[in-house]
Design a binder for this molecule. Structure first.
Ligand SMILES: [Cu+2]
Length: 488
C-alpha cells in the first residue's frame, strides 16, 4: 500500500497501471450493505426494476461508467417468499438491448429471461415470476447473447433471496445488515485514473476476463464490519465473470449451511470452499466468543495464471469482523437444517452427454460468429461440436423425467450451469463432490473426467423460449459454449 500511495503521490499513475498494481487498499472501509427491497407480504401494483446507465465510485475516488438496476451499480437485494408471484416491470434504459435472467429459479421458460426474451432499449418487460421453490439464494443478471459478459461486468446483476416458512422460523440469524449479510464478490480492473475497465482480447476469451482487484457489493475490498456477539450469517454470491474464488476464514474452518438451491442437511465445516462464477453459498461465522475473525478470498482458486505460475494463491483478507460486545443472535450453531435424501441415480430414465469445447474448426468458428457469438479473435467455443445458435434446439426433455447428465471438457476448468432447476451432483471431476456441494445446486465444476448431475424439470420451456445450459465463464458463454433445450 505504501508503494501505491507513493507512486500516486509522485504522479506516477501511468506506472501504476503498467506495473499491474491493483487498487486494493491497505485500510478496510466499512462493508457496503446493498439496499434491500423486501417483497414479502402484499404486493401492490408492479415491481419496477430499471436497468440504467450510471456513474459509480468503487472507492478509487473517481466515478466509473456503470450499469445499475434501480441503483448506480448492481440491483437491490430482492427478498421474497415461497408461494408469491412477483409482477416485475423491467424497464431497459441502458442504450442497448438486454435481458434479465432469474438464475436459480424454478420457473417456466417464458419468464426465465434467457436470450430469447430481449428487452429493446426503451422497452419494458413484464413477467409474472412465480416463486415455487424452497428457501434459497438466487440472483438475476443480463443474459443478452454475445453481450452477457460486458453487461454483467458493468453492473446488470442483483441478488434474490427466497424464504419459506421453515427458513423464517429457523433458529438462524436473519436481521439484514446486522447479523445477516449479502456479499456479492467480483473482480475488477481499474485504470490508472481509477475507472473500471474491461478490455477484451483473444487471450482474455481463453481464460475469461480476470480483474486484479476484489470488489464486495460494489466497493473495493477489504471491508470491515462490526457485529453483535453471536452467530453471523453470510449469503455469498460469486458474481465474477470468470474467476473461481477460494474462501476461508482467518480463524477456524468455514461453516457452510446452504448451497445454490437451499439448505444442506446439516452444517458442513471445511478448510476452504471453492466457488465458481455463478455459485452461491451461505456461511455462519461464530462470533459468540471470538472478538475478531475475517473472511479470506483467494482470487486464484482452482488455478488461474498466477496460481499456476507461483504454485499458490493470492489469499487476501476480504472482510473482517469485530464484535461490538452487544448481545446479538443468541442461538446455538444448528445441527439439523433440512431433510435431504441422497440422490438416487437409479431414478434416471434418460442419459445425455455434453462436452464443453474450447477448440472448434475454423469453418465452424466462422459460422459461430455469423450466429451472433462474440469471441474477439479467439475463434469460437461449442458444446458437442455445436456453437450456440439461437434458432437451434439442441436437446428435447420430457417434463418430470429424471435424467442423468454427464459433462466433460476438452480443456481447462468450466462451471456448467443449467436453467430451470436445481440438481444434485453425483460426481465432480470423476470424484465425489465435497460435502458442501452435495446439496441442491445449479452449478457444477468440470475439469477432468466426467462430472455427473441428476436433473429434473417440472415446468414448460417451449421452442420459442427454451432453457439454456452453458459455461458460466461469461466470455465462454458469449463465445458459443451454450446450448438450448425444450421441456414439454
Ligand atoms: Cu468455460
Amino acid at each position: 500500500m505504501q508503494r501505491r500511495t507513493f507512486l500516486a503521490a509522485s504522479g506516477a499513475s501511468a506506472l501504476l497501471a503498467a506495473s499491474g498494481i491493483s487498487w486494493a487498499q491497505n485500510t478496510a472501509r466499512p462493508l457496503r450493505v446493498l439496499p434491500m427491497t423486501d417483497l414479502i407480504g402484499e404486493i401492490e401494483g408492479r415491481i419496477p426494476l430499471s436497468l440504467n446507465q450510471a456513474n459509480h465510485d468503487f472507492g478509487t475516488g473517481t466515478a466509473s461508467a456503470t450499469f445499475g438496476i434501480n441503483h448506480s451499480y448492481l440491483g437491490p437485494v430482492l427478498r421474497a417468499k415461497q408461494g408469491q408471484t412477483l409482477p416485475f416491470d423491467v424497464a431497459n434504459k441502458i442504450g442497448d438491448t438486454s435481458t434479465i435472467h432469474w438464475h436459480g429459479l424454478h420457473i417456466p421458460g417464458d419468464v426465465d429471461g434467457g436470450p430469447h426474451q430481449e428487452i429493446e432499449d426503451g422497452a419494458v418487460w413484464s413477467p409474472d415470476v412465480p416463486v415455487v421453490q424452497r428457501a434459497s439464494m438466487n440472483w438475476f443478471h443480463s443474459h443478452m447473447h454475445g453481450k452477457t459478459a460486458q453487461q454483467t461486468y458493468n453492473g446488470l446483476a442483483g441478488v434474490m433471496l427466497i424464504e419459506d416458512d421453515g427458513s423464517l422460523d429457523a433458529d438462524l440469524p436473519q436481521t439484514y445488515g446486522v447479523d445477516d449479510f449479502v456479499l456479492v464478490l467480483q473482480d475488477k480492473t481499474f485504470d490508472a485514473d481509477g475507472r473500471m475497465s474491461y478490455v477484451l482480447s483473444g487471450e482474455v476469451f481463453e481464460d475469461g476476463y480476470e480483474g486484479d482487484t476484489l470488489v464486495i457489493n460494489g466497493a473495493i475490498a477489504p471491508a470491515s464490519q462490526t457485529v453483535p456477539s453471536g452467530l453471523v450469517r453470510l449469503r455469498i454470491l460469486n458474481a465474477c465473470n470468470a474467476r473461481f474464488l477460494e474462501l476461508s476464514m482467518d480463524t477456524g474452518p468455514i461453516t457452510v449451511i446452504a448451497s445454490d438451491g437451499g439448505f444442506l442437511p446439516s452444517p458442513v465445516e471445511a478448510k476452504s470452499i471453492l466457488m465458481s462464477p455463478g455459485e452461491r453459498y451461505e456461511v455462519l461465522v461464530d462470533m459468540r466468543t471470538a472478538e475478531t475473525n475475517a473472511l479470506n478470498v483467494d482470487l486464484n482458486g482452482g488455478g488461474g495464471f498466477f496460481g499456476n505460475l507461483f504454485g499458490g494463491g493470492q489469499t487476501t483478507t476480504a472482510l473482517s469482523f469485530t464484535t461490538s460486545g452487544e448481545a446479538g443472535f443468541d442461538g446455538a450453531m444448528p445441527t439439523r437444517l433440512a431433510n435431504l435424501a441422497p440422490p438416487n441415480p437409479a431414478e434416471a430414465t434418460v442419459t445425455r452427454s455434453f462436452e464443453l469445447q474450447m477448440d472448434v474448426s475454423a469453418d465452424l468458428a466462422a459460422l459461430a460468429l455469423a450466429w451472433d457469438n462474440f469471441c474477439g479473435d479467439a475463434g469460437a467455443m461449442a458444446i458437442n461440436g455445436q456453437p450456440m445458435k439461437m434458432d437451434r434446439i439442441n436437446e428435447r426433455v420430457r417434463k418430470g423425467d429424471t435424467e442423468l447428465w454427464r459433462v466433460s471438457v476438452d480443456d481447462q476448468l468450466h462451471p456448467f450451469h443449467v436453467h430451470g432447476c436445481s440438481f444434485r451432483i453425483l460426481s465432480q471431476n470423476g470424484a465425489t463432490p465435497p460435502a458442501y456441494a452435495q446439496g441442491w445446486k445449479d452449478m457444477v465444476h468440470v475439469e477432468d473426467g466426467w462430472s455427473e448431475i441428476l436433473v429434473r424439470f417440472d415446468y414448460d420451456a417451449p421452442e420459442e423460449t427454451p432453457y439454456m445450459y452453458h459455461c458460466h465463464i461469461l466470455e465462454h458463454e458469449d463465445c458459443g459454449m451454450m446450448g438450448q433445450f425444450t421441456v414439454t
